[in-house]
Design a binder for this molecule. Structure first.
Ligand code: PXL
Length: 286
């Protein structure tokens, strides 16, 4: 561990095309000054949303070999960022990583969206993911993933306030983590996140104007920038605002470019504005 720089492990897939997972996490976290090691879970030709015929190479056995080598290097990390895990075995590997490298565990329980599982996921995996979230310090489910983990029915947006409050409270009952739940929308014009700070017990809603369309990889842009702000010691609510603004600005750009949204969110040219929000606030929490 360096005194000058935070060092983390990002456990996530490499989707070669489609701007999600590690191809988002690594540039965002590195730009924010975080030394980021990678533990890839799988290698795909594209992500699984909206493409057919994608290749999928499961890296579970390789993850074990990587970790065995790391054991010889006397490494330590400030945090582990867990994203797309392809199986219950990979959830157990993240649990092993946490035993080997105790620190802040940030879990994006990537499983689904819009009330449906992504290809390859199902209810038993959601229960397994909940067990990982129980060990986490921060979690970033979307509303769909929160419902899947809780076994709650998913309702279509716009949501009732009581519905969102009850999901948050149930998740708070199941975990000790700060919860930032994405995809919260109470009317057609706005969307954002609910941010439950476990220390204060306070919930904030950070809502912004809706950008028309559905954009793959949005959750990864949000989660990576949220963690980037948190690791720069910015308080939870401020970090969630920074991540929301970065995500909306990137979505607006994608919309303006008229790109095929399967190819992900055009976040790259917004990184400088993300940093202009992170750098002046660095260390506010400490
Ligand atoms: O962005 C979430 C995600 C990550 N990784 C893979 C995916 C998806 C969503 O579809 O398919 C491989």
């Amino acid at each position: 561990m360096s005194v000058n720089q935070k060092q983390i492990i990002a456990v996530n897939d490499i989707s070669c095309i489609g701007r999600c997972s590690l191809t988002v996490a690594l540039p965002v976290l590195s730009a924010a000054g975080i030394h980021t090691a990678l533990l890839p879970t799988s290698l795909l030709s594209t992500h699984t949303g909206g493409f057919t015929g994608f290749t999928f190479l499961d890296l579970t056995e390789e993850m074990k070999r990587v970790l065995a080598h790391w054991e010889t290097l006397s490494l330590s990390f400030d945090a582990v960022y867990s994203g797309y895990l392809g199986s219950a075995d990979q959830v157990e590997i993240v649990e092993q990583v946490m035993r080997d490298y105790p620190g802040y565990l940030f879990v994006d329980p990537v499983m689904g969206d819009c009330g449906r599982y992504y290809t390859g996921f199902s209810d038993p995996f959601a229960k397994k993911m909940l067990s990982l979230c129980r060990k986490a310090h921060g979690i970033v489910p979307n509303v769909t993933e929160a419902c899947m983990m809780l076994g709650e029915p998913y309702r279509e947006p716009p949501f009732e306030q009581d519905y969102i409050d009850s999901i948050l409270q149930k998740l708070a009952g199941e975990t000790k983590a700060d919860i930032v739940m994405t995809g919260v929308s109470f009317d057609k014009e706005s969307v954002g996140c609910a941010c439950l700070d476990r220390k204060s017990g306070k919930t904030d809603f950070i809502m912004r104007k809706t950008v028309e369309g559905y954009y793959h990889g949005t959750g990864d842009v949000f989660a990576s920038s949220l963690l980037a702000a948190l690791l720069n010691d910015i308080p939870l609510k401020d970090s969630a605002e920074i991540a929301t603004d970065f995500t909306v600005a990137s979505l607006s750009r994608t919309h303006a470019y008229g790109d095929d949204t399967r190819y992900g969110v055009a976040f790259e040219q917004e990184i400088s504005s993300l940093l202009s929000r992170i750098e002046p606030n660095r260390g506010k929490r400490s």
